[in-house]
Design a protein around this ligand. Sequence first.
Ligand code: GLA
Length: 716
Amino acid sequence: MRIHRILAMGMFFITLMANAENVIRVSTNQTDLVLKVADDGRLYQSYLGEHLKYEADLKHLPQGTEAFLTHGMEDYFEPALDIRHADHNASTLLKYVKHEVSKTEDGATQTTILLEDPVYKTQVQLYYVAYAEENIIKTWSEIANMEKKAVNMAKYASSMLHLTGGKYYLSEFSGDWADEAHITTTPLAFGKKVMDTKLGSRANLFTPPMFILSVGEPATEESGQVLFGQLGWTGNFRFTFEVDQKDGLRVISGINPYFSEYELKSKETFRTPEFFFTLSQNGLGQASRDFHDWARKYQLKDGQEDRLTLLNNWESTFFDFNEEKLLGLMGEAVKLGVDMFLLDDGWFGNKYPRKDDHQGLGDWEETADKLPGKVTALVEGAQKQGIKFGIWIEPEMVNPKSELYEKHKDWVITLPNREEYYFRNQLVLDLSNPEVQDYVYGIVDNLMTKYPGIAFFKWDCNSPITNIYSPYLKEKQQHLYVEHVRGLYNVLERIKAKYPKLPMMLCSGGSGRIDYKALSYFTEFWASDNTDPLERLFIQHAYSYFYPAKSICCHVTSWNRNANIKFRVEVAMMGKLGFDIKRADMTEDEAQYCHDAVVNYKRLRPCIMEGDMYHLYSPYEGPHVVNQFVDKEKKQSVMFTFNTNPRYGERNAPVKLRGLDADRMYRVREINLWPGASSWLGCNDKTYSGQYLMSVGLDVLTTHKLLSHVLEITAE
Ligand code: GLA
């Protein structure tokens, strides 16, 4: 191996030429991605699979397929990169120049490979950051225009991966408002399958940028080779899955090139979004736990910190509230035992008070007759009662009926020569414009400056980009989708820099905007406006493949009163617990039950929020859903059991637990019991070995509809 230079900057950093076999190896403890420089000087991906134990075997790997396929050369399948050079030549040929291996600040191993077009000098750097323990690889590309004139990029993917195995099953997550993240699995055959969005701001209304891909056979929770992929881009994305004539699968991930041909100036470099993936040899469960561990440690804002339980007023008041009512609700929050009161939409606007969703958005001054004491009275009211205060904003949007629109129509994305059309009666501000970025940043900064006691923001985004025209970008309209997202990141970066510990919920009319780049600025996200617990079992299940419980906001509401409050609370306890319900609608017992459940939840936080999650029974498989959480020391576990719609004569096998220490004794205790009730489960208050619990299991499923149990399992 030839070492070119060693830079000592407090971290390991070496520049290398490919070694004797021209092999570049990106490894985690479980996975290897092997790239080879062939005799033609080009870079090929020869392997992606289980970690190879013996270095000597690498030389046997086939050359494979060109790693980052370009348009205009010999491979006729979908390219990752498509550049129109200044002389209108549309071909790019990339040759290996060098690569570097270094340690990142967070201790991961970064491999950077430089490729260059010998004719046009276009440079492409491929980045691979490997998190060994968590088995996650983060990858992206950077494209530099070294020509004297501008070039146009028609396609500029973040990542291209090649899989072999002949059979592939793709699981996608799709839906709509209040109907998010249905999992559909389909086999991939010759040709292309594209998953993308073109919605701009509320980009994931129909589908989030994540997928699950089984190789060989459809993976189960415990078995099968499976790749989980996620793009960190809070805007239009595209995944292309293409099976070629040799049954090889090419997966291209990146910004959606739709209406986004990007002009790259001379000497300009374009950094593409990060694509995160894990390859599990042990099924879905392992991949999801690896994603959770990695996210808590490296990606999610304040991933290792606690989260605040809360009472939100949205469903109990909608827009109909005043100071007195809110102070009253704070009292209810205190009785519930939660940490915070969250004031939702409807607190702002004076010329056009926000009395419904038709007006006021953009005018972030408290409505005088609703809130005479302003936010001060609310922050102080909360503090007096010993809880925190959080507030809702939707800072990227504007109602045409607002002072902001009247003053600054030039800040709004809207077509100059057509009648406007609206999504939820609103329009999107033009975040490509730095003045607008300042304004949006100022909404949070002004509130925090005036009211430093604000402890939390719920940041909403209820409209896709409509009337697609940026007054700021003028003749560069095709940059709108990209610059809009970059503008959003500028704002969020500034907020994070000034208020590093401020927790924020990412909301978009439910989870219409959700990805791991956004979650580097947000501590949590609102999974759906649909809080019917039966629906939530599905929605939360889907998101729990990628996101840890502490990031998924789950509120108890009055949706689906056929399910009792116990069932509703227990579904919400599997995520970040909150309430959005009126105390006045509850009986004494119900209120007492909720209070006790909050106490239990707070005790179980290390297990639910920081522990390992096991999907024991999926809602997709039948009328029972069981999830288990185990803390990292295997001392405490909690199992949530839901009987949704079982048959009368159904016979159920015992539920086998997972993740415990086989050689330890555990006491099983049913918790979250109804006030005054005692458990009728045979396993309650008994002691079992971990081995028994995992290989024989507990008889906890019943044929009662909408019945739930929570078991706390504690090592003795
Ligand atoms: C969106 C959110 C809701 C609520 C409303 C307020 O729909 O998803 O939770 O905040 O906006 O208008």
